[in-house]
Design a protein around this ligand. Structure first.
Ligand code: ADP
Ligand code: MG
Length: 673
């Protein structure tokens, strides 16, 4: 047996079990030993029935005096045993485990762990963990496995209990640990545990200090390898191919900028400048432009398309949805046609783009047939939705154009440097002058009618409204949660005189387009929608947004949502309703009343709710962190520095073959290049 051994090859693992293991994504021995506990039961308090107090977690050693199944009136099965530790017998009770009477026999010597309770004035333990003292115990731990220690509790699935996992891990671990070689060079490892020790301690710690040390090392590894992979990808990219540096016609660029109906912000100019520097290099640009909703990323990209055009090259402009593609198409036409560029569109439904200089579209653009020889630039709006396709597309190309990705997702810089560590980062950190802020209020449910009256008044005056719900369909378990389809029907009754539209992700794309166009054209007054409107729908006449179940969204996501209003000249509003009106919930939401800074809100998300928010909105599942977190900015920085340090010393990693092998394995998963 070694790390790569398939679990199904090991005795005792049959097909049903294999299927269950697969559900936990446990295929090999290596997967199993990297299946970490998510908590520990502290059963290290070895006690007696005389000393044990109600509410305490204890471990007792004794003998089974009697054991039997009892069938309750509600058709449940209880297994009850009398257990004697030589002091005073107590009762043990298990639920729905009738098979126990076959496993535990009268006279068996047991070590049991559990929480002491009082039942009918007698001490008892409900659902104790148990093991027989005659069982041959593995050698990784001094005495017992399931009791009498810090007992690891694992992510489980039906039929695969922590007890089972614990048993298997304990029996494989000693042999496997001998085989494990630590890929981390001493200089990086520093005072951290070596890998084998860390794995041993994460599963079978003697105390919580062991747990901390193990987590420190294993968490370091998770982020360190991501950093190494992204930094290495970046270096590979830079020597990928030699390009002809582009000629930049500054005079024409100035004319283009002067022709705009507004003055570019200095942040926009700064970013254009950073991009131009990239274009003048002899390797392809790979840059991410981060900028709040409304910060004016499109016009920056348009200016670059113009420069590309002047070098007799074409640009692709990819949007995450058809709706947005059409929006960009018309914006870019207005901006660029006066300068003799032809702008075309290519989506699932519209395909006339062949002769254009700038071709706007969705990911349909990636189809190879369409890719012209003289492509100079690919612009990707809202990068996270493209990440994977973009990368595999790039892998397939011999000659790579310049790449410009744009995102409004506010991600704290340190996190962005990790998530997008292979990209250069530009930030548009300034909004155009005179932008109206979206006046935001957390509204108590009891004032709901007032806000409905407010809506009615505003709609009469010609404004339009978004009402956002967290879900499309009502959920069986959470009937109170507002769902778009239901809320749509309710609101029709609330606003009998107004015209309502419905938009959600499960509509066909033609239906979505219709719903949005009706709203744009003023045929509907209120658009009831899920968060699909988040990505860039632009209706200047919409001035009010209501978000239902607001606590179900991250702050940064709410911020992006409210960016749908306040696009025009009029004063605009965002009303947040929470189902749960706890003060901690409301206080979190009140941050949106206080600040309009998306980056600050994203940082708060990290602090308050951890990195789940970032996975949710930006990067679902690309990085499967089990221990480390993207909210640990110190560790992010530390791992990035260390990764940089080792690559600087030896970019090929030839001196560190183990590390090189590990990187190759990781790169497949997180950073295919
Ligand atoms: P985003 O960064 O969210 O993609 P857009 O590029 O869609 O933002 O720009 C939002 C709006 O702001 C557009 O109507 C655009 O014409 C306008 N805009 C862009 N830059 C400026 C500026 N410097 N001053 C005023 N308005 C601007
Ligand atoms: Mg945009």
């Amino acid at each position: 047996m070694n790390l790569d051994t398939k679990l199904t090859h090991i005795l005792g693992i049959g097909p049903t079990l294999a299927w269950r293991l697969e559900k936990l994504e446990l295929l090999t021995v290596e997967d199993l030993i990297n299946h970490y506990p998510f908590r520990y039961d502290d059963f290290s308090n070895i006690s007696t029935t005389l000393d044990a107090k109600v509410g305490e977690k204890v471990t007792l050693v004794g003998e089974i005096w009697s054991i039997k199944n009892i069938y309750t009136r509600s058709r449940k099965i209880l297994t009850q045993a009398i257990f004697n530790d030589g002091n005073s017998p107590i009762e043990l009770t298990w639920f729905n485990q009738s098979w126990l009477t076959k496993n535990i026999l009268v006279g068996d010597k047991l070590q049991i762990s559990g929480k002491v309770s009082k039942y009918k004035n007698k001490l008892s333990i409900m659902a104790p963990v148990w093991e027989k003292l005659t069982d041959k115990l593995p050698t990784t731990h001094n005495s017992s496995l399931h009791t009498g220690r810090l007992v690891p509790v694992y992510p489980e699935t039906f039929g695969l209990t922590s007890k089972w996992l614990r048993q298997k891990i304990a029996s494989f671990l000693p042999q496997v640990l001998k085989e494990i070689q630590d890929p981390l060079p001493e200089s990086i490892k520093d005072s951290m545990l070596n890998l084998a020790d860390a794995l041993n301690k994460i599963h079978f710690p003697q105390n919580y200090n062991d747990v901390d040390l193990a987590k420190q090392r294993l968490g370091f590894d998770e982020l360190f390898y991501i950093q190494l992979a992204t930094l290495k990808t970046r270096k590979n990219w830079q020597k990928k191919q030699v390009l002809e540096p582009l000629k930049i016609n500054s005079k024409n660029l100035r004319e283009f900028i002067k022709s705009l109906p507004f003055k570019l912000t200095s942040a926009q100019l700064k970013v254009i400048d950073e991009i131009i520097k990239d274009l003048q290099k002899d390797f392809p640009m790979n840059r991410l432009v981060q900028g709040e909703v409304g910060s004016g990323k499109t016009v920056v990209a348009a200016a670059i398309c113009y420069l590309i055009f002047q070098n007799n090259l074409k640009s692709f402009f990819m949007a995450p949805t058809e709706i947005l593609a059409f929006q960009h198409f018309s914006t870019l036409k207005n901006l660029l046609e006066p300068f003799n560029l032809k702008v075309g569109i290519y989506t699932g439904s519209k395909k006339k783009a062949q002769e254009a200089d700038v071709i706007v579209g969705t990911h349909a653009l990636l189809s190879k047939k369409l890719l012209p020889e003289n492509i100079g630039l690919i612009v990707v709006d809202e990068q996270q939705r493209f990440g994977v396709e973009q990368r595999s597309f790039l892998r397939s190309k011999a000659k790579i154009p310049h790449f410009l990705t744009m995102t409004a997702t506010p991600i704290p810089r340190t996190v962005a440097l990790t998530l997008y560590g292979d990209l250069d980062l530009s930030i548009i950190d300034e909004m155009p002058k005179g932008r109206k802020i979206v006046k935001t209020f957390v509204v108590p449910n009891k004032k709901r009618l007032d806000s409905y009256k407010f809506i009615e008044k505003k709609v009469k005056a010609g404004d339009q409204v978004y009402i956002i719900t967290p879900f499309i369909e009502p959920s069986e378990t959470q009937t109170s949660v507002k769902a778009a389809k239901i809320e749509f029907e309710n609101l029709k009754k609330v606003f009998p005189k107004l015209k309502l539209g419905l938009l959600h992700g499960r509509l066909k794309s033609s239906e979505k387009e219709l719903a949005i166009n009706d709203f744009k054209d003023g045929k509907t007054d209120i658009l009831v929608s899920t968060s699909v409107v988040e990505v860039g729908v632009d209706v200047a006449n919409a001035t009010i947004m209501i978000v239902e179940g607001a606590e179900r969204f991250g702050l940064a996501q709410l911020h992006q949502l409210r960016g749908r209003v306040g696009r025009g000249e009029k004063e605009s509003f965002c009303f947040l309703f929470a189902e749960n009106e706890n003060s901690s919930v409301l206080n979190r939401l009140k941050n949106l009343e206080r600040t309009q800074n998306g980056l600050e809100l994203a940082e708060l998300d990290l602090k308050i709710r951890g990195s789940g928010e970032i996975f949710g909105t930006a990067q679902s599942g690309r990085f499967n962190l089990k221990i480390a977190s993207f909210s640990d900015l110190t560790l992010l920085e530390q791992t990035r520095n260390k990764a940089g340090q080792i690559l600087k010393e030896d970019v090929s990693l030839d001196k560190y073959p183990l590390l090189k092998a590990k990187l190759a394995e990781i790169s497949q998963e997180v950073m295919p290049d």
